[in-house]
Design a protein around this ligand. Structure first.
Ligand code: AMP
Length: 460
């Protein structure tokens, strides 16, 4: 479970404003507005959450499964700043909600216009343009993102994404590789029911013609759908296609489809991606209405959807090609493709599938709890020897009675309790109790590490 902060108050009129996070002289302004929301300084701000043990074990597992897989695909970890010049994110699209309404933008004390990272691709492309690595540049990341959204289950003001990007090459095989990196990640976590939707956004010219026709269609048949609809039609009619509003659905269903506007080269590229996915046995559905939130996408786009989540937040992750973004950031032309997966949503899907508890149980790996029966240094030495030998060990503190320590040992979930005692000290030994069976034996100190290690091996 994610420990949630209280949801935002009902009155979020500012959410509809052009810029919800006010431009303030320093970050204190952002902090103050959060405090005003909650009326309580000492709670995590609205829309953020703490991830605490034991649930954080799920996060650790998700990251380690991804990291291992990324390593196998030869993607290297990349870490970029949590904030960038606001212009970096403005390149992802002035018409996107993320940039227009949701960015945590501020001026620092040197009057620089900065923004907390709202998404993962732009900083990676900025780093590519800045450092000129040799293509193909294949990287992965895990990082928090910030968006001033209306908080609800699966939608937060700080959320984490784990993702990958591959820059410098345009090749359908690379699109397939990137999709398969993500698809296999869900499988490895046990989320085999995750559905993959794919589409092609075509080349920029294809999209310009399509956007014009879409705008005409929406204006002619949706004039009575209200101000928000008309604003979106004006600013970016593509963003209507994936809107969830029920009263817009009939209109959306009748809309022209981008696939009818693709030029020959975009069609050929998309068909190669599809045959590549089929060859790898990666199931997918072509969804002609899949348009992702940012303006930078070209050609292949994709999304992973889980039916375990509420329909409005059912995307576990998504991504696509962005062949012009590097150039828009002042770099040489360099195509790219990547995806971001929402960590919180993956955790929600694991919980819905009943897999989260299993991960927590699996990760509860305390081998030994040491009970100090002599109040000298021996217990600390035993703890240290075991830990340095790779065995997980805990102990109690504050000079508790032996009885109280055994109680803690029982509650700790450890496999063994190891006690130092006067008579054992004389024999240079310790008492080892199997906490599951109650069986107790005396073991010489020099054999303790190997004995525990052997028993761990046998358990495996
Ligand atoms: P995007 O960067 O908008 O393409 O989002 C990629 C993925 O991040 C989505 O599919 C979600 O799983 C997740 N995500 C996006 N926005 C949020 C949010 N506000 N809260 C939680 N997860 C999010």
């Amino acid at each position: 479970m994610i420990k949630e902060s209280p949801l935002a108050p009902a009155n979020l009129g500012e959410e509809n404003g052009v810029r919800s996070a006010p431009l303030t002289p320093t970050m204190e302004g952002v902090a103050k507005s959060n405090q005003a929301d909650t009326g309580n300084y000492f709670q995590a701000p609205i829309g953020t959450h703490d991830v605490l043990p034991p649930q954080s074990q799920i996060w650790a597992r998700v990251v380690s499964v991804f990291a291992e897989r990324a390593n196998r695909f030869n993607y290297g970890l990349t870490i970029t700043p949590i904030f960038e010049h606001a212009e970096v994110f403005e390149r992802i699209g002035d018409a996107s909600d993320v940039v227009r309404k949701e960015m945590y933008e501020f001026r620092d004390r040197g009057d620089r216009r900065l923004a907390l990272r709202p998404e993962g691709t732009a900083p990676v492309v900025r780093a590519f343009v800045q450092h000129h690595p040799t293509p193909p540049w294949k990287v992965w990341y895990v990082a928090p993102n910030f968006r001033y959204e209306r908080p609800q289950k699966g939608r937060y003001r700080q959320h984490w994404q784990i993702g990958a990007e591959a820059l410098g090459v345009s090749d359908p095989d690379l699109d397939v590789e990137v999709v398969s990196l993500a698809a296999g990640f869900f499988l490895a976590l046990g989320l085999g029911k995750t559905r993959l939707l794919i589409n092609s956004m075509g080349e920029p010219d294809d999209r310009i013609k399509y956007t014009e026709d879409l705008r005409k269609y929406f204006l002619s048949s949706g004039a009575n759908l209200g101000e928000e609809f008309l604003t979106r039609v004006k600013e970016n009619p593509l963003r209507i296609l994936d809107a969830k509003k029920s009263e817009w659905q009939t209109m959306i269903e009748g809309a022209p489809q981008l696939s009818d506007y693709l030029g020959d080269s975009a069609k050929e590229y998309f068909s190669k991606v599809q045959s590549g996915l089929k060859a790898l046995d990666i199931a997918f559905t072509v969804d002609p209405r899949l348009v992702r939130g940012f303006d930078y996408y070209t050609a292949t786009t994709f999304e992973f959807v889980s039916d375990d989540l509420d329909a409005a937040q059912n995307a576990l992750g998504g991504g696509g090609r962005y062949d012009n973004l590097a150039q828009e950031m002042g770099g040489d032309p360099a195509p790219g493709i990547g995806f971001g997966i929402g960590m919180e949503r993956v955790v929600l899907a694991l919980e819905a599938q009943g897999l989260a508890e299993e991960i927590i149980k699996d990760s509860a790996s305390l081998d030994v709890f040491v009970v100090d029966g002599t109040d000298d240094e021996v217990a600390a030495l035993v703890v240290n020897d075991l830990r340095e030998a790779g065995i997980s060990v805990d102990r109690s503190y504050g000079g508790r009675s032996v009885k109280a320590q055994w109680k803690l040992a029982d509650r700790s979930g450890a496999t063994y309790g190891v006690m130092t005692g006067e008579s054992e000290n004389k024999n240079n030994s310790v008492a080892v109790k199997n906490l599951k069976t109650g069986e107790q034996v005396e073991v010489r100190r020099e054999h303790l590490v190997s004995q525990i290690q052997n028993s761990k091996e046998t358990k495996r």
